[in-house]
Design a protein around this ligand. Structure first.
Ligand code: PGA
Length: 323
């Protein structure tokens, strides 16, 4: 019996669409080419595989057996190819990452070190807000996603990789800038500049104030951390941002971090991927790189970042806490 993987995958496509024409469209082939592949498969196996019922091509009983066998065969070949790609892994791998926009202040540096050490790895990085990263995580579009709070209701594995404290900032000449232990109630009297809906930063800060029965008076919504800093410098109000975003401004005193009771909100950056996803060698190596960085960062503090967990994700969009 001489059957080819090509014939099996063409037959699977016809069986799935119940149409030679649609299979041809999917496979970028002509309709006669698809027909010929299926015909040759039928001849090799010695049984008819498809019945024409009205306009649909439906698998015969033998055809259903072949559908099952073809799926198993093609899956096994796919797994074999992935293992071989893994063996080549770090020499010629590809790493796709989706990160929330605020992570752009720390992740590219770690990525740079990783790429220096592994020059064969090609990286595709998508930077967007939390809501969009969650959608990509749910669809399994990337090797790894980096976000500020573990998602709720998604079956994923996550690892804390770095601290992500959230602070409230003001212009240095703001009346609250020289006060200490400022109550959240006092802060909630000030005009606020918030990130756009769907942002993890916004979610965290709104949740903090809502838990205390407070609503922030929103003067403006902006879709970028940099624009928010400029608005604060421009005197438009207070804002809550990840401390990572202030590496430069904090140092030169353009904005002031306020001493608000309950702040900084202690959060941690998470690297996450769908449970059950086969991580490529490149993705595993990058996770190891992030974990090593996390260990270095906490060594002096004596704290221990939790390892990779699945359970930690469930319900973790509840009250903010240090994990
Ligand atoms: P964001 O996420 O960039 O969508 O605000 C950051 C975070 O969750 O800390």
């Amino acid at each position: 019996m001489r059957i080819s993987l090509r014939q099996l995958s063409v037959f699977l496509s016809v069986a799935r669409h119940q149409s030679y024409t649609r299979a041809a469209e999917e496979l970028n082939l002509t309709q006669p080419a698809v027909f010929t592949q299926v015909k040759q498969l039928e001849e090799s196996l010695g049984v008819p595989l498809l019945d024409r019922i009205g306009k649909r091509m439906q698998p015969t009983e033998a055809g259903r057996v072949v559908v099952e066998g073809a799926r198993e065969t093609l899956d096994a070949v796919g797994r074999m190819e992935m293992r071989l790609a893994d063996m080549r892994g770090l020499r010629e791998g590809r790493l796709t990452l989706a990160i929330v926009s605020t992570a752009q202040y720390f992740l590219p540096r770690l990525l740079g070190q990783f790429c220096d050490a592994n020059p064969g790895i090609e990286v595709a990085l998508t930077v967007t807000n939390r809501q969009a990263v969650l959608a990509r995580l749910a669809a399994g579009e990337d090797d790894l996603c980096i976000l500020g709070t573990p998602p709720e209701g998604l079956d994923v594995v996550a690892a804390a990789i770095a601290d992500n404290p959230l602070v409230i900032i003001a212009r240095p000449d703001h009346p609250l800038a020289s006060e200490t232990e400022i109550p959240p109630e006092r802060v909630a009297e000030e005009a606020f500049i918030l990130r756009e809906r769907g942002s993890g930063t916004r979610l965290a800060v709104e949740r903090f104030f809502r838990a205390r029965g407070l609503t922030l008076p929103v003067r403006m919504e902006l879709g970028s951390n940099e624009a928010i800093k400029q608005a604060v410098i421009g005197g438009l109000g207070l804002a809550a941002l990840s401390r990572d975003t202030l590496a430069l401004e904090g140092a030169v005193g353009i904005v002031r971090v306020l001493d608000v009771a309950g702040f900084p909100l202690l959060r941690q950056w998470q690297a996450a991927y769908p449970r059950g996803k086969h991580l490529s060698v490149a993705a595993e190596a990058f996770l190891d790189h992030l974990a090593a960085h996390a260990r270095d960062a906490v060594r002096d503090s004596g704290r221990v970042l939790p390892g990779r967990t699945g359970a930690a994700m469930a319900g973790s969009e509840g009250p903010l806490r240090e994990t």
